[in-house]
Design a protein around this ligand. Structure first.
Ligand code: SF4
Length: 211
């Protein structure tokens, strides 16, 4: 289906390089299930990289990026505060399925110090688990380590829709004093994580914030 391209609205029309993002789900058995996605600014949603690469507007694609041409759309370096938050998501999102136990989460925290995103068995965001959340568990440590991630994700579970403006996502983070939010679709499916630094880097790159 031909995507409905956004209006050019005075911007230069040129090919844009869109990063291929990795979403990796750690399962209870310890395996990692990977999915490659691109946030399509024209469709305003995350889509499978293979679908993006097969699109009529893709002039080149590799394992790390898709060149979208002619788009009349913005690249990550052209983001403004009203751009979709999904366009500034982390390159890699590693998360745990809700039946992963606390002991496995502890092993993931050095890799994800701000918190491990937890998803249910169909990929919907449940919440973040950080070392602080584990430390706040009302149960003995031995019990906590055997508990399922879905039951431990009782801390920050902030999420915004991937088409929410960057400015709104930053406001949510500031209001709740957190440094990241999950990016979800209309069904709650997790497509990435936006950090305060990632959002600010995108805005600074666009010259919207004085360096
Ligand atoms: S090439 Fe990919 S990013 Fe560009 S319009 Fe097609 S699906 Fe969207």
């Amino acid at each position: 289906m031909k995507p409905a391209l956004l209006p050019v609205s005075g911007r230069d029309v040129r090919p844009v390089r869109l990063p291929v993002r990795t979403r990796e789900i750690v399962t209870a058995g310890g395996s990692r299930v990977r999915a490659l996605e691109v946030f399509c600014p024209a469709r305003r949603q995350s889509i499978q990289a293979a679908v993006c690469g097969a699109c009529e507007h893709a002039s080149a694609c590799s394992s790390s990026e898709v060149v979208c041409d002619p788009p009349g759309i913005t690249s990550a370096l052209d983001l403004d505060p009203e751009a979709d938050a999904g366009a500034a998501a982390n390159a890699t999102t590693t998360c745990a399925r809700s039946d992963v136990v606390g002991a496995t989460l502890v092993g993931m925290i050095p890799e994800l110090p701000r918190g491990v995103p937890v998803v249910d068995d169909i990929g919907r965001f449940v919440g973040f688990v950080s070392s602080a959340h584990l430390a706040k568990s009302p149960f003995p440590w031995r019990v906590t380590m055997a508990m399922a991630a879905g039951d431990l994700a009782f801390g920050s579970s902030l999420s915004v829709h991937e088409t929410a403006p960057l400015s709104s996502a930053l406001r949510v983070m500031a209001r709740h004093a957190v440094r990241e939010v999950a990016l979800v679709d209309g069904a709650g499916g997790l497509h990435g994580v936006l950090t305060d630094l990632g959002a600010l880097r995108a805005l600074v790159g666009a010259g919207r914030i004085a360096r």
